[in-house]
Design a protein around this ligand. Sequence first.
Ligand code: URP
Ligand code: ZN
Ligand code: ZN
Ligand code: ZN
Length: 515
Amino acid sequence: MANAPVKKVPIHLQSSQNRLLIKNGRVVNDDGMEDADVYIEDGIIKQVGRNLIIPGGTRTIDATGKLVMPGGIDPHTHFELEMMGAKSADDFYKGTRAAVAGGTTTVIDFVLPEKGQSLIEAYNNWREKADNKVCCDYALHVGITWWSPSVKKEMEQLVTDQYGVNSFKMFMAYKDAWMLDDYDMTRAMETCTELRALPMVHAENGHIIARNTEKLLAAGVNGPEGHELSRDEEVEAEAVNRACVIANQADSPLYIVHMMSKSAIQALEIARRRQKPPVYGETLAATVGTDGTHYRNACFRHAAAHVLSPPLRPDPDTPLAMVEALADDRLQLIGSDNCTFHEKDKELGKDNFSKIPNGVNGVEDRMAILWQKGVNTGLMDPCRFVAVTSATAAKVFNLWPGKGRVCAGADADLVVWDPRLERTISAAAHRHAVPFNIFEGQHVVGSPQYVIVNGRVCLDDGDLRVAEGSGRFLKTPVNSPYVYGGEAPSSSPQPQRETPTHSPSKISNGNGTPD
Ligand code: URP
Ligand code: ZN
Ligand code: ZN
Ligand code: ZN
């Protein structure tokens, strides 16, 4: 794999804690669990097994009774994104710090160019915003928000090793802003097929939303409840089906972001049976952890804080249905779509719901929310939890097994998860830039005790100690074997149960020679 890091980890960060042993834990991967110790050196997992021979002076973390899992990969964040006249509040520092606090050690954010803007220019802007702020590794998707021959050329450039992008998001909603019509979306997907990249789609019918919004406002419905009324489940499901048809016609794989309803999942299920190139569905912590009844809360601040697109659904069965779909592989991944806005920004839509900037928190609580709703309820086992929160994202975006797996040679991005740790989620304690949390008051059992990012202990028995700018940009090469077939990288480069007789060579994935 050619996932070369682009930035050097500062020496002062490497030297102090370069050797670490996590002892007596239960190692969880997407395909199995074993009782094993994990030895880390210079940011890389060197050995996984029992009776390891460890150099003196190595720091030891006792993980008795704990699970040792690959750090979470959040495939969907929007840090310092300008949209709808506002800028999202969590920047790349606060956002990645919140991610790490919750057990996520890689995020993939979206470069979203203005219509008419050069994609490369927008990409460079994102790199400038992020590179010196990120506390964990990150990669980038790029939005295709308009179409022309020059956009196609720039897609061809972006997938090269110089830029390292393998995924492009298209919007079927946000009419007059980012929305593409079906012709342009077909052209963009065909280009993804040619480049062996992955198209991602925001699936909602933007024309219907625009018309429903006009009708609702004319009828005097201008509060946040109008947001869901203007774009109900059918509006999402129609677009899911249409996106799948377009991908099939373009002979392209497809990744549908933020799937928010039972109807959308049904449409996806039919497409997954029907078409040959794979279709992946992502849902969000928001829809697993809360619901659309909040849009009717009398407090504008409260209701508006829940506004995102597609919206949370008022159907009270939706959160459970989402977890069940994640458990039985009708959905494949869970992201956060973290895109927080300050209250003063949400107030842009005080008199018109269609002007409320879209977005919620989730990057910090994604793992704990799914653990609570999925694992504690018995709906999924820890292996499936690892699959949907980490391993599958690593495979789809071609970061695997350097990311998303606990094995010798992988990056030392790990969570020591305490399944008994109890806490109540609250804005009073969270790390987001905004004083509101859509999961406020929820009691969760199971949270990270230690979070290790590239070998550094960043959450140390509950103490958060991140270093601004220590994360690196990850290039995501095209032609992911998981998506496009072909020879997949070995999942287990070293036998995990035996004591290695030599230091295993590392995977050339996240921690090669810094440039
Ligand atoms: O409401 C949302 N989802 N805000 C972020 C932009 C997007 O569509 O992902
Ligand atoms: Zn979207
Ligand atoms: Zn309130
Ligand atoms: Zn999003």
